[in-house]
Design a protein around this ligand. Structure first.
Ligand SMILES: Cc1cc2nc3c(=O)[nH]c(=O)nc-3n(C[C@H](O)[C@H](O)[C@H](O)COP(=O)(O)OP(=O)(O)OC[C@H]3O[C@@H](n4cnc5c(N)ncnc54)[C@H](O)[C@@H]3O)c2cc1C
Length: 448
């Protein structure tokens, strides 16, 4: 790159949504210009992770997954490929009444730019993305490789792994999530991940085990003053309900509730029972019968602490850049995966358009196009997230009254965001190089 042209060997750290999307997008954008392009993804896990429950994909996320060929794969998987979500309905757990909805369809029932929402198990999404990797000849994935640091020298970037080996590339893209080693041990050690003070308590419940009528069409966010509880079908046949409570949890409590494979049976049993009690204390008095049933069921609730990366951190050095949660993890509100996909597609387009420019210019252009959007999203996610903190009865009532107003006032903004297409936004042309400028001035002088 720069003096040596576009990168030929690109290393991607992390095989999550950002990492795989980035590899697929880079392959698509760069292959026409770099026939010997090689992209290697290094993932710390030995196999695809099965944890994490279900994820909501907004219309933007679906559009971008369609561009990468992943949506077709999900559709091909049939019932497992996820449940279509027309809207996330909001209910008060206190009164059981509907208090609004976040619609993924317009007034005619059409999705935004042709796409609605979808709730799909994370592992299913990962399998669909992996299938696309297998079909892309210049993208490889190597499991069981944990990045622990790296350095840049003589126009190359060297990545170090925990097993003592290393890999050398022209460009490294750090897509290794919120606790990114590429960020914390290489690009920006001053920006560690921080616990948000909030956690998810998640479980999958079989619909057949719930005898009360289900109050939502496909997805609902049930709000209370002790946190919110998401309930959503996550398969086409509606056999499974994914439930996730968003609740305040102190850092000290995290230690107490942490389940580890190394713990003995009795300790694990005690933690599971304590998490069940936590759910019952918070939501056991809910006036929606099916929620009460879920909360009082024998479901095993898993605790997922939510971390973030503070705003304003460094995103790149000379040959390394961060994308997705590694750069800007924020409290997730159904949209974070979309930001990771936007990052990947936009970065790949800029790199292709600036293929004759130094990497510094590619990175600068990317940051100029991206930073404000991310900062706005981060602030918005904090505003929304704060509503799930424990509150007094009066604050809880106020929250319920404010939700419909806030949904209405932000509707246009939300709909505009769902129309966003990273494959279409205009990228400024690279500034002409000094040689070209002087040639241009020379020719101009000659004709005068
Ligand atoms: C509980 C929870 C629920 C969420 N729900 C939603 C939702 O409904 N909708 C939504 O849009 N977003 C949701 N999000 C946010 C969303 O999951 C993330 O924004 C998205 O996964 C970011 O993708 P990523 O690829 O940047 O990071 P990740 O998905 O975290 O992927 C990082 C990858 O890097 C690997 N890795 C980590 N460290 C290393 C290392 N040192 N070396 C090599 N590999 C490494 C990891 O194993 C992983 O495969 C949720 C987040 C949480 C925590």
């Amino acid at each position: 790159m720069g003096s040596s042209g576009p990168p030929h060997h690109i290393i991607v750290a992390g095989a999550g949504i950002a990492g795989i999307a980035c590899a697929l997008a880079l392959s698509r954008e760069l292959t026409p210009y770099v026939p010997d392009l090689k992209i290697t993804i290094f993932e710390r896990h030995d196999i695809l992770s099965t944890s994490g429950g279900a994820i909501n994909l907004t219309p933007v996320a679906q559009r971008h997954l369609a561009q990468l060929g992943v949506l077709d794969e999900l559709d091909r998987m049939g019932a497992e490929g996820g449940a279509e979500v027309d809207a996330i309905e909001l209910y008060s757990m206190r009164s059981g009444r509907s208090i609004g909805s976040i619609d993924f369809v317009d007034h005619r029932g059409n999705g935004y730019g042709g796409y609605k929402g979808r709730r799909v198990m994370r592992i299913v999404l990962s399998v669909a993305m992996m299938t696309m990797v297998e079909r892309t000849p210049n993208v490889d994935i190597i499991f069981g490789k944990k990045v622990v640091g790296g350095e840049e020298s003589e126009g190359k970037a060297v990545v170090h792994f925990s097993d003592g080996t290393e890999a050398v590339g022209d460009l490294v893209v750090g897509c290794d999530g919120v606790h990114s080693a590429v960020r914390s041990r290489w690009i920006d050690p001053d920006t560690p991940s921080q616990y948000t003070g909030m956690s998810f308590l998640q479980a999958n419940i079989l619909s057949k085990d719930i005898s009360s009528p289900v109050h939502f069409r496909s997805s609902a966010l049930n709000v209370s003053r002790h946190g919110s509880m998401l309930t959503s079908f996550c398969d086409l046949d509606r056999e499974q309900i994914f439930t996730a409570a968003i609740v305040q949890f102190s850092q000290e409590d995290l230690e107490y509730y942490r389940l580890e494979a190394s713990q003995d049976w009795a300790t694990q049993h005690q933690i599971r029972a304590a998490l069940r009690n936590e759910m019952q204390d918070r939501f056991g008095k809910c006036s929606i019968p099916c929620i009460r049933e879920m909360v009082n069921s024998k479901a095993d609730w898993m605790l997922y602490p939510v971390y973030q990366v503070r705003l304003g951190g460094r995103w790149y050095t000379n040959r390394v850049i961060l994308l997705g949660d590694a750069a800007h993890a924020m409290p997730p509100l159904d949209e974070s995966a979309a930001y990771a996909l936007d990052d990947a597609i936009l970065f790949a387009r800029i790199l292709a358009q600036y293929r004759s420019e130094p990497l510094a210019e590619v990175f600068d252009t990317y940051e100029r196009l991206r930073r404000d959007t991310i900062n706005r999203a981060f602030k918005e996610s904090h505003r929304m997230w704060d509503r799930n903190r424990d509150m007094s009865m009066l604050e809880g009532r106020l929250k319920e009254w404010m939700i419909p107003l806030s949904l209405r006032s932000r509707r246009d903004q939300r709909e505009a965001a769902w129309e966003f297409d990273a494959s279409k936004i205009s990228i400024p042309s690279p500034a002409p190089s000094e040689d070209l400028v002087s040639l241009h001035s020379f020719l101009k002088e000659q004709t005068m």
